[in-house]
Ligand binder design. Structure first.
Ligand code: IPE
Ligand code: IPE
Ligand code: MG
Length: 249
């Protein structure tokens, strides 16, 4: 991947291309504060945040990351004022509508996790369209977590399993980690190797609770609209310095 050397000079020299994380997940936080610092409405922060997302998708694909999950809207974000929720939904719709043109020539597959039934009909249709259109693609899997909550996901999984037990399709002895993983929204997606949360907040805010049992966290201070391609490369370098032990020695 010589082009990366050309693009980023020294930054990526430290990057070991043989030891890439398979799955990076991001909590893109700080759009509101980014706008506030500039005396702008929060909606402008969200718009800038979407631009940051576009460039990070491209760099993740170029670096050779297989899965990039973005926490776009949480089950708790409905608590925000209606006009802010509307802005976030409109930006998501626009992002999906432009994705084809934006990612032309790339092999990016787009999928969505979360309770999509709670979204507008228009957004649901767009999700179906883009998901179908890109489903055969073999490059980066861009996973958008929309109306996603880790607890909500676990509750749904428990209900599914309980139903199967009641219907006599499943014996309780067969409930194990693998079965639960297969019933989550992320059934065919590997657990994230690294979760990045921008803006200096040090919490998971209900993101990938089950899947992050052994995930490496990285909390850069910058606000999401300021997160650039070089910061993404730095995250990968940071990941490569970590020593994952999974409870062993
Ligand atoms: C994250 O930025 C964007 C979403 C929730 C989609 P925020 O809107 O949470 O920004 P801050 O935390 O208020 O700065
Ligand atoms: C987490 O950010 C959710 C998303 C980025 C979509 P929040 O800004 O909503 O999280 P809290 O409220 O600060 O924990
Ligand atoms: Mg926030």
């Amino acid at each position: 991947m010589l082009f990366i050397d050309k693009l980023f000079g020294k930054e990526d020299k430290k990057l070991d291309k043989g030891k890439l994380p398979v799955h990076i997940a991001i909590i893109p936080d700080g759009n509101g504060r980014w706008a506030k610092k500039r005396g702008l409405p929060r909606s402008i922060g969200h718009k800038e945040g979407t631009n940051a997302l576009r460039s990070i998708v491209k760099i993740a694909d170029r670096v050779g990351i297989k899965y990039l999950t973005i926490y776009a809207f949480s089950t708790e974000n409905w608590r925000r004022p209606k006009d802010e929720v509307d802005t976030l939904m409109a930006l998501m719709l626009e992002f999906l509508k432009n994705a084809e043109k934006e990612l032309e020539g790339s092999d990016v597959r787009i999928r969505v996790i979360g309770n999509t039934k709670g979204m507008s009909g228009e957004l649901q249709n767009e999700i179906k369209r883009v998901t179908k259109l890109t489903e055969k693609r073999k490059g980066l899997n861009l996973v958008i977590a929309l109306n996603y909550g880790g607890r909500d996901e676990i509750i749904n999984t428990i209900k599914d399993i309980a139903r199967d037990v009641l219907d006599g399709k499943l014996s309780i002895d067969r409930i194990n980690e693998q079965l639960i993983s297969e019933k989550l929204y992320t059934s065919d997606i590997p657990d994230p190797d690294m979760i990045i949360r921008t803006s200096g907040e040090l919490r998971s805010s209900n993101f990938l609770l089950w899947q992050s049992a052994y995930t490496e966290y990285w909390f850069p201070d910058m606000l999401w609209p300021d997160f650039k391609e070089k910061d993404f490369i730095e995250a990968v370098c940071e990941y490569q310095k970590r020593n994952r032990r999974y409870g062993g020695v």
